[in-house]
Design a protein around this ligand. Sequence first.
Ligand SMILES: C[S@@+](CC[C@H](N)C(=O)[O-])C[C@H]1O[C@@H](n2cnc3c(N)ncnc32)[C@H](O)[C@@H]1O
Length: 206
Amino acid sequence: MDKQLHWNTAYATRQEDGLTWFEDTPKQSLDLIQTYATPQDGVIDVGAGASRVVDGLIAAGYKDITLLDISATALDVTKTRLGADYATPTYLVTDITRWHPMRKFQVWHDRAMLHFLTDEMSKEAYFGSMSAALATGGYAILSTFAQEGPETCSGLTVQRYSSKFLFETVDLEIRDAFEAVQDIQYMHKTPSGNLQAFQTLVLRKK
Ligand SMILES: C[S@@+](CC[C@H](N)C(=O)[O-])C[C@H]1O[C@@H](n2cnc3c(N)ncnc32)[C@H](O)[C@@H]1O
């Protein structure tokens, strides 16, 4: 499967609020990012898609924002929506499993991207980049479908996690590099009203 084509098609054929993962106001993500990074810190949203997290960060005064996604179409939706603010973030169109970070961030935020990585090599590459991209004392905020969440998203099989299983998975790939500092279970309501069980794990890089 051509992953880039899959995701570009998803964003090209549906309106933002026609996507199951759409959030009008991504409150939990914004609250967590603002807890773990100041407006002067670098924040990367991995698998940012067309999420409105960036709108909230810009409104809160954050300037060092990087949006990474495999889909240029998704990031174009964001650029158009941001209007005059479109030049504030840095945009990276790349597959996270092939990306080699050239700098450090204080916060790595990922909502609903990591769970699409189902093979060991992809997970190893992802957590390697996450560790390399985070400053010592930086935080990863990882939200995935929970163990009782949906088995697929956007027609793709996902890896579901409990926060304990996710911590064990990270620790297996990058031994002893992170400590768990917060975990949250919550329900996401899709635009059509279905409920999806998510878990969020916050990790601190030692
Ligand atoms: C379910 S959407 C979530 C988007 C956004 N985080 C949100 O909460 O609205 C998953 C996103 O991950 C991106 N994605 C999937 N696989 C990826 C990969 N290997 N590398 C980078 N981005 C990827 C997709 O293009 C899509 O935008």
